[in-house]
Design a protein around this ligand. Structure first.
Ligand code: FES
Length: 203
């Protein structure tokens, strides 16, 4: 679908923020994805005209980053991490259960357009592995059983809005940093890698 005047105005405002027009490519792709749920052909043409670059240049960036979708996704995009921290915390079973429930392999969408499933690399929640995202909202510490409960909930309740905290409470487990050790000031910290150690005073 071609862009309406409101969207073009928004794009022009974004372009003005950058010293070089082409630097606005990422945000404009984001605008396009917000509009249709994926980067459609018309958006590629619009962006190429707005930025004065070729359609191939637009597509090369759009197809490089996996979060820019090339095709429409289902209502719920289920992204399950398969990288090392999640793998050693049983993501294989989480993935297997979701695949069985949805009948999908990675990067597939069901005919009803309810679910798109994808196996992804690290989504930055290694401390709460295994981690799952629904429409990019992250849930940590997901067990295979809870993953199935999550799928059933989405299919049956069809929530209009996905809120990470709600899903975490219903279907999550231990989150990153919940296991943070106490630092030597007697409080726990959200950054366990930065404990107060070896101060001059102690030495
Ligand atoms: S390894 Fe799964 S979130 Fe980092």
């Amino acid at each position: 679908m071609t862009w309406d005047s409101k969207l073009i105005k928004k794009a022009e405002e974004i372009i003005k923020l950058y010293p070089q027009k082409r630097s606005a490519l990422g945000p404009l792709l984001y605008l396009a994805q917000n509009k249709e749920g994926y980067i459609d052909d018309d958006s590629v043409v619009e962006i190429s005209n707005l930025l004065g670059i070729t359609e191939v240049q637009v597509r090369s960036v759009a197809s490089f980053y996996t979060m820019y979708k090339q095709e429409p996704t289902g209502k719920y995009l289920l992204s399950v991490c398969k990288s090392i921290s999640c793998e050693i915390n049983n993501s294989k079973e989480v993935i297997g259960g979701i695949k069985e429930f949805t009948g999908l392999s990675s990067n597939e969408t069901d005919p009803e357009k309810t679910f798109t499933f994808e196996e992804v690399e690290c989504i930055g929640a290694c401390g709460g592995a295994p981690a799952v995202q629904v429409n990019y909202e992250t849930i940590e510490g997901v067990t295979p059983e809870k993953a199935l409960d999550l799928c059933k909930y989405l299919k049956e309740e069809e929530p209009k809005v996905i809120v990470a905290d709600d899903l975490q409470e219903k279907f999550g487990g231990i989150k990153s940093f919940e296991w943070a050790i106490e630092d030597n000031s007697g409080t726990s910290t959200t950054a366990p890698g930065f404990q107060i150690i070896g101060t001059a005073e102690e030495n």
